[in-house]
Design a protein around this ligand. Sequence first.
Ligand code: ATP
Length: 303
Amino acid sequence: MNANDQSAVQARGLHFAYSGEKAIFSGLEMDVPLGSVYGLLGANGIGKSTLMKALVGLLPLQAGRINLLGGPIRQKAFQDVGLLIEQPNIYPHLSGVDNLLVMATYRKTERSRVSEVLNLVGLEEAGNKQVRHYSTGMKQRLGIALAILHRPRLLLLDEPANGLDPVGIVAIRRLIRALNQEEGMTILLSSHLLSEVEQSCTHLGILARGRLAYQGSLEGARSQLSQGLRLRLHCNPTGPALDAMRAAGWKADPGENGGLQLLLSGKPEISQVIDLLRGAGIDIHELIIEEDRLEDFFLSLYQ
Ligand code: ATP
């Protein structure tokens, strides 16, 4: 494999199964562009944490090759990568500052970096408090502070918004943006929520059926899917409207609040639907056109 200078993570042909279990991923290819915030998206239990651990050498692959920041995992993982996968290793009876000082000794990082990262994650005022008195969101931010103490170029965060309230989620989102834009870190984060990835990430990879079913920029995903659209209708009578649309070959289904929804391949079909329903003597009370179908695409991968 040629090391690609533009890739922070480059994975080829990855295969992994837990002992005696069926494969979690097989033939998986992944490219995380340098400088991106890459969201690894997938349903609960699909294998996101497993993949993240495998990418940094915490789980042994049965096959495949990985380059991190243009080099093999062994060279790069400790020095240039920061990790927050599952629970952070935190001493609850120590303060946030003392936890960071323990890590600074282990990492041989200068002590002045401790106050720098506390400021970055917004824990400057709580730094001297024992961590057992921290909220979930504060512990999560301390976990990130520990992971970035040694100024990694690549940061892996497993479900960083999990268990946080809306205020905590917004704080983590801002922090991710700041680490990416101000500290220049490439960030690979996992999430099972499309909305979270849409708001935080520049790129996404959707893990489904052991591979990345989509990988690329968020914009690319949106434009790739913009040829189709969804129509929501309220008609009277509803049943004959559904029958008429299905008979005409459209994919129509009952929708919310007694309405109907149907998928069209493009805008010219809208007038055809209206003509069909009017011709059948059906009244249209409401018609809503939705073009953003990233969620449909995401859901379709699980059907
Ligand atoms: P979530 O979104 O719920 O965190 P995930 O996508 O991160 O899930 P993983 O935690 O990677 O998924 O788990 C993938 C599958 O592997 C699950 O079916 C899980 O039960 C299984 N699994 C995880 N760890 C182990 C293990 N140590 N031994 C055997 N099976 C495991």
